[in-house]
Ligand binder design. Structure first.
Ligand code: SAM
Length: 494
């Protein structure tokens, strides 16, 4: 997100023959290359320039572990996967992988997320534990937040926030697709969240807007928008964002800071400036993975050790920076938040049928029992709130939790987010489509005949959870052999 455009230096790259090769037409800024040489030495800078200019970005994906494993992904996507060293769930696609991997029904069903290899390095350092309170302050479009949600396994709360309305919408869609059950999705300035919720979180991730030097290998816009002024502007903004991030931490809580840029001021420098402003901040040594180097541009050894760098010549893709800090102070046993009186669910159902009847038709009884204490009706939907005590009044909230059901024409029906978040042992009736063509037809919104799908039998009238190769595709209403497709129109692909 650089602040200024610089469109003067353009050079067309002709003959881009490889399917992965991006159409990058702008030269790498000279001032950037000079600074890189001063920072890492001329030989290393040359190697990086070559990596950025010559090497095509290798696409990578990160598996959603409750849905898809490597061998099923290789079988159904029809490509071998090569492990990425930065994250045990991440794999490179082969250079000649067909372009349509992201259009697979396994993608629509939240089986995986297309993510640059270097970007997958960050969430493992947040290492969220089920039950913790975690906030991702600049979360859109959700690459890291969706991994945090998967690691939390529906327990605790993940606040996923982005300041941009449009990007927050993409974040919402991705967290829904990947099946997040404990996410509160907001669109707010981080300083506003710090003012409301200061001192409450076990872990804060700030994947900051930056000058994007690590994206030069694939992004023309990153090259065009780069300037020394843009770097300086980003560094000032990062100081403000880091202060907000730090204020959100409970004593003993950890802050993970990340960027996809390469210069010192936005990376090690930002951490060193924060340490000067915040006396109760301490660097935490990072256990770096192979391919990740220490924060070599730090002037302090402890910041060097607390930082990890993936340079572009080591990643077949983006460059990335990550650092970890802690707020000093003991974490007193279980984390406590202000317990607020929250209205009982049925208080707000006056004049409406109870959603519990619908939920009991769709979900196994133990699941309904577990969800019931935290159910709330807001608007025309019923939500399971991961943290009813988290005050949301006056904020722009895209999702206060897991959306379970929607009221239309006076009747409750199961929400798409419920279909994407439940597991096979939690639903009452399911049908497993085994044929990729039928799955594609379901994703287009077509009605299907259950035919010989697994779990197929004629039914009078039932809500049916439809899956393909163990990933959910949505709800259908079954009458006889016919499945009336309830996948939302906004998601139907042509
Ligand atoms: N964490 C995301 C992921 O893994 O998909 C990528 C985040 S991207 C590097 C940075 C985000 O910061 C953008 O989504 C952008 O909307 C947001 N942003 C831009 N300016 C901001 C500001 N002043 N405060 C907070 N967030 C900002």
């Amino acid at each position: 997100m650089a602040a200024r455009r610089n469109r003067t230096k353009t050079r067309k790259r002709r003959g881009a023959s490889h399917p992965n090769e991006r159409d990058v037409a702008t030269s790498i800024p000279t001032a950037f290359l000079e600074r890189l040489a001063a920072d890492v030495g001329p030989d290393r800078a040359k190697a990086m320039q070559q990596a950025i200019e010559v090497r095509t970005n290798r696409r990578a994906l990160r598996l959603n572990p409750s849905r898809l494993d490597r061998s099923a992904a290789e079988t159904h996507l029809g490509v071998p996967l090569t492990p990425v060293p930065f994250n045990p769930l991440a794999y490179w696609l082969p250079q000649d992988a067909p372009p349509g991997v992201g259009r697979s029904p396994l993608h629509a069903g939240g089986g995986f997320y297309m993510q640059d290899a270097a970007a997958t390095a960050v969430a493992p350092f947040v290492d969220p534990q089920p039950g913790e309170w975690v906030i991702d302050l600049a979360a859109a479009p959700g690459g890291k937040a969706s991994e945090l949600a998967a690691r939390m396994d529906g327990r605790g709360v993940l606040v996923a926030n982005d300041v941009s309305a449009q990007r927050a919408q993409a974040l919402h869609e991705n967290l829904e697709r990947l099946g997040a059950r404990n996410a509160v999705i907001t669109q707010a300035a981080p300083a506003e969240l710090a003012r409301r919720w200061g001192g409450r979180f076990h872990a804060v991730l700030l994947d900051a807007p930056c000058s994007g030097e690590g994206m030069f290998g694939k992004s023309d816009i990153a090259r065009q928008e780069w300037s020394e002024d843009a770097v300086a502007t980003c560094a000032v903004r990062q100081d403000d964002l880091l202060d907000a991030a730090f204020a959100l931490l409970a004593p003993g809580g950890r802050l993970i800071y990340a960027t996809c840029t390469l210069n010192r001021d936005e990376n090690e420098g930002a951490i060193e400036r924060l340490l000067k402003r915040q006396p109760d901040a301490t660097p935490v040594n990072l256990e770096r993975t192979s391919g990740m180097e220490p924060g070599v541009l730090a002037s302090r050894q402890d910041v060097r050790n607390a930082s990890g760098r993936i340079w572009p010549d080591a990643s077949f893709g983006e460059g990335h920076f990550v650092a970890c800090l802690k707020r000093t102070g003991a974490q007193a046993g279980a984390f406590t938040a202000d317990r607020r009186e929250t209205p009982p669910m049925l208080a707000s159902t006056e004049g409406m049928p109870s959603p519990l009847t619908l939920l009991s038709e769709v979900l196994e009884p133990h699941v309904v029992d577990a969800l019931t204490p935290n159910l709330r009706i807001q608007g025309r939907s019923v939500w399971a709130l991961p943290a009813p005590e988290l005050p949301l009044d006056g904020l722009h909230v895209l999702a206060p939790g897991w959306r379970l059901a929607d009221l239309t024409h006076g009747r409750w029906s199961p929400a798409h987010a419920l279909a994407m978040g439940v597991m096979v042992h939690e639903v009452r009736v399911s049908v497993a489509i085994t044929d990729a063509t039928a799955a594609a037809r379901f994703l287009r919104g077509e009605e299907l005949d259950v035919g010989d799908a697994e779990g197929a039998e004629p039914r009078d009238s039932a809500w049916v959870w439809v899956t393909y190769q163990d990933v959910p595709l949505g709800w259908a209403r079954q009458r006889g052999h016919r499945l009336r497709n309830l996948r939302p129109k906004r998601l139907r692909v042509s």
